[in-house]
Design a protein around this ligand. Structure first.
Ligand SMILES: [Zn+2]
Length: 355
């Protein structure tokens, strides 16, 4: 039983009341699918007072599912991360099925763009020869969990790359489902937002795995230290955010600070890696991408916390352009930038391992 005054306007008539003639069946259907104004929402759904209208409120599951394809204030929040999930799912399929495609993908998108690396390391054909020159290497390169080089001593595992892809996919699909389903009921609201926070933590932890694993491949002690540190912090953050009260709008800044500090703790292993390999241009290139990623996450968090631009013109950005949508786009761009940084560091490690 919901508390008095906690129901949204469209749910004022129950199906039984409607069946008893309080309202016609036709009117009831219209009301169930009606979008609500902020002031008509129950307290738990009141998250952002600057988004004034177009809320789905306690809709039945069938209508919630259909709302993926209709316009409301969560449509773009759903789609920005659904598209992101599909991009990462594609990257995973490509990584699992076609080694050479990943190689080309790396080379074309993130390597050859930075032309000076070609002269400082080796040209494309010789690098290609070094990595895929004999049948033995080709045999190993068919294994999706390994990147093979010239001999078995230069095989580097691909699993940290899949940990990152998996974390990103989980985060993006949890975010998509949270934005879709949390309007259904109070229970769904608290369940899905906590699921969303767990997904964000998982993506941050997963993002650390590949760069740290490959950068500290020859330093197992440091590798273990950094990876167990970020995993422990991730678990602590998830446990902290299980408290339902922390899902409210009042704790928006606290949540952003928690996730940002998790992400920015990566500065320590990054500085360590640069100290070790400061004369390796690929490591510096990867660092440049990681700095770009940090700026994107920072900017995204700034929009998330300040709720710009909707605070300047409440109601004007309800469907398109409010801060959460901008935040989602920054998160996706940052995750793809991290993807680039990781591919560069993997390519560097393959070549280094081979020499
Ligand atoms: Zn979101």
């Amino acid at each position: 039983m919901r508390r008095r005054g906690s129901r949204c306007a469209s749910a004022l008539l129950t199906p039984r009341e409607a069946a008893n003639g309080v309202d016609s069946e036709e009117n009831k259907k219209k009301k169930w699918a009606r979008l609500e104004k902020y002031e008509d929402l129950p307290e738990y759904l009141k998250d952002n007072e600057f988004v004034r209208d177009h809320y789905r409120c306690e809709w039945p599951m069938r209508d919630v599912l259909r709302s993926v394809f209709s316009l409301h204030n969560e449509t773009l929040n759903i789609w920005t991360h659904l598209v992101g999930f599909l991009i990462f799912a594609w990257l995973t399929v490509v990584s699992l099925t076609e080694e050479t495609t990943i190689k080309n993908f790396t080379a074309r998108l993130f390597w050859e763009d930075i032309g000076w690396f070609n002269t400082t390391t080796m040209n494309e054909s010789s690098r290609s020869d070094a990595l895929y020159s004999d049948s033995y290497a080709r045999h190993f390169s068919n294994s999706p969990l390994l990147i093979a080089s010239k001999d078995s001593s230069s095989i580097i595992p691909l699993w940290p790359w899949f940990v990152f892809l998996g974390g990103a996919m989980v985060c993006l699909i949890f975010s998509t489902t949270s934005h879709l389903f949390s309007c259904h009921s109070r229970r769904f609201y608290y369940f899905f937002w906590r699921l969303d926070y767990a997904g964000i933590s998982l993506m941050i932890v997963g993002s650390f795995f590949a760069p740290i694993y490959y950068a500290f491949l020859d330093l197992p002690y440091w590798r273990f230290l950094y990876l167990s540190f970020i995993t422990s912090i991730g678990i602590l953050v998830v446990i902290t955010l299980l408290a339902p009260s922390l899902s409210s709008g009042d704790y928006r800044g606290f949540r952003a600070a928690l996730f940002l500090s998790m992400g920015f703790s990566g500065v320590i292993p990054a500085a360590h890696g640069v100290l070790l390999y400061w004369d390796h241009p690929q490591v510096i290139a990867s660092l440049v991408y990681e700095i770009a990623m940090g700026i994107m996450y920072g900017l995204g968090a700034m929009f998330y916390v300040t709720r710009i631009p909707e605070r300047w013109r409440p109601g004007a950005f309800d469907i398109v352009g409010h801060s959460h949508q901008i935040f989602h786009v920054f998160v996706l761009a940052a995750a793809l930038t991290h993807c680039a940084a990781t591919l560069i560091i993997m390519e560097w490690r393959k070549v280094l391992h081979h020499v």
